[in-house]
Design a protein around this ligand. Structure first.
Ligand SMILES: [Zn+2]
Length: 114
């Protein structure tokens, strides 16, 4: 699980960053409401899906992925005890948000350390 500071996540969540849980594409099963999902593709090639009933951004994935690879952790209804492990796309961080934890930070993806 990571905090993503990319512009797509910031805008989709109207927040300084989003906290996303990386999943294997086939790990995700929608129990209900899948018909309410709509997705869009950003200029940078990522895809984001949101619920047309409540407006929440729920999942996202890259152009090369056929299914969602990230779940927006704050939308989970079930109890989850995971903790964020690092920050990604710190290069896209808004200037008014200061990262104050000691988690590892990556300029872009987690294989690209600062
Ligand atoms: Zn992001």
């Amino acid at each position: 699980m990571s905090h993503c500071h990319c512009v797509n996540c910031r805008k989709a969540h109207a927040a300084a960053f989003s906290t996303n849980l990386e999943i294997h594409p086939r790990q995700l099963t929608f129990l209900r409401g899948k018909d309410s999902l709509r997705s869009y593709r950003t200029d940078s090639g990522s895809h984001t899906a949101f619920c047309t009933t409540c407006g929440s951004t729920l999942v996202c994935w890259g152009d090369g992925d056929p299914d969602p690879t990230y779940v927006c952790a704050a939308t989970l209804d079930t109890e989850f005890h995971g903790k964020p492990e690092f920050h990604i796309f710190v290069s896209g961080r808004v200037p008014w948000h200061e990262i104050r934890d000691q988690l590892p930070r990556f300029e872009r993806n987690s294989d690209d350390p600062i």
